[in-house]
Design a protein around this ligand. Structure first.
Ligand SMILES: Nc1ncnc2c1ncn2[C@@H]1O[C@H](COP(=O)(O)OP(=O)(O)O)[C@@H](O)[C@H]1O
Ligand SMILES: [Mg+2]
Length: 356
């Protein structure tokens, strides 16, 4: 796998559950290509070089490089947004598809934070975004369910929940939203569902601990939660995970495992530096090299039955002296409560089923 693979065909990414339309993927689905602002590329570069951000590296999608879609999509049918991008010559970033290793990925994008504008927004936009936060669950809870898709084995199809749902519900309805993402009926073995939620809680907890220590402002960023909707595949990956130390593969363990393939992610992120605006430019060739050095490690990655990553750094900046991002932390707390709440509900469902 390398960026050279992209010179083949790019197709719309069917795992996109939120954000601006037009996220693309490559033919084998291993990577996604998305429109990016310079700020987001700069953040990914910073991740590789800034020590305070090092703990976050396990919790973002692998950065494969950046690319201009011009030419790459030649002769391929592309969506409106992508065409616009080509016209404007904008850069895209190429990330590892977090849902790639899943057979039937259930995907949820949770937008974090209470403040939905950054300082560069004009007064009118700021006012609008304050109003949006107030009218949705964001201001009160620090989360908005941006969108999600869940595999429904009875229909043999995905159930898609659009952004209008997450935008319209009240904080009191967030648990219903979480129940829709972890439907009791989707997995026969309740223990599996329980284990998945536990695993996800562990990851969110770790991300929260990291965020408590970094001075950063993240506006419009999300937690991307993926879990395996195919019961057999879920069972297989979770039982493989059980054999690992301390009952699971947390970020720390993953880092240890990755150490076997020497710091590939870090190396790649460092290399990304040369691709920053004002750098060497014409980065396609170098991106390809960067990604091929990465691919060895990523193909060895274990599928866990679930994955949790932070995404969307278009409006993220370091904020030395300003302390941690309280709105984002509130969102992580809310997410943890919702996950715990769903676990408790499922325990009751299981008891009822046992009594019947
Ligand atoms: N690395 C990734 N792996 C899988 N899906 C992704 C990845 N990055 C983004 N997505 C999908 O694309 C959507 C939009 O991406 P995001 O980075 O949030 O861009 P936007 O600025 O448009 O909100 C997300 O909601 C998610 O569904
Ligand atoms: Mg987004």
């Amino acid at each position: 796998m390398s960026l050279q693979g992209i010179s083949g065909k790019t197709i719309p990414f069917d795992g996109q559950v939120g954000g601006h339309a037009g996220v693309m993927t490559v033919e084998d689905g291993s990577m996604i290509i998305k429109d990016s602002l310079p700020k987001e590329r700069a953040f990914y570069a910073l991740l590789g070089t800034h020590e305070a951000l090092a703990p976050l590296r396990d919790y973002v999608p692998e950065y494969m490089g950046q690319i201009k879609l011009t030419g790459v999509t030649e002769g391929v049918e592309v969506g409106h947004e992508v065409l616009q991008e080509i016209a404007s010559g904008k850069e895209s970033i190429v990330l590892r598809n977090v849902a790639y290793e899943f057979k039937k990925p259930n995907i949820l994008d949770i937008k974090l934070g209470t403040v939905l504008y950054d300082e560069s927004a004009n007064e009118e936009k700021q006012a609008r975004m304050i109003e949006t936060a107030r009218k949705t669950t964001s201001l009160e809870s620090g989360v908005r369910l941006t969108g999600f898709k869940v595999w429904d084995p009875s229909k043999n199809d995905y159930e898609q929940t659009p952004k209008s749902y997450g935008k319209s519900i009240k904080v009191s309805q967030l648990p219903e939203g979480m129940a829709k993402f972890f439907p009791a009926a989707s997995i026969q073995d309740r223990g599996l569902l329980n284990a998945v939620i536990d695993g996800i809680i562990g990851e969110v907890q770790e991300i929260k601990e990291i965020f408590e220590k970094v001075e950063m402002r993240m506006v419009g960023g999300s937690l991307l939660i993926v879990w395996e909707g195919d019961e057999e595949a879920l069972k297989a990956s979770l039982s493989a995970t059980e054999e690992l130390p301390e009952g699971g593969l947390t970020g720390k363990h993953k880092a240890e495992a990755a150490a076997a393939a020497p710091a590939a992610a870090e190396r790649a992120l460092n290399e990304v530096e040369v691709e920053l605006p004002g750098g060497k430019g014409a980065a396609e060739e170098e991106s390809a090299e960067t990604s091929s050095s990465l691919s060895t490690s990523s193909s060895k990655k274990l599928s866990l039955g679930y994955a949790v990553k932070m995404i969307d750094f278009a409006h993220t900046r370091l904020a030395p002296g300003e302390g941690p991002d309280k709105g984002v932390l509130l969102g992580m707390e809310t997410t943890l409560k919702l996950l715990e709440g769903r676990k408790a509900e499922l325990a009751v469902v299981a008891e009822d089923a046992g009594a019947a």
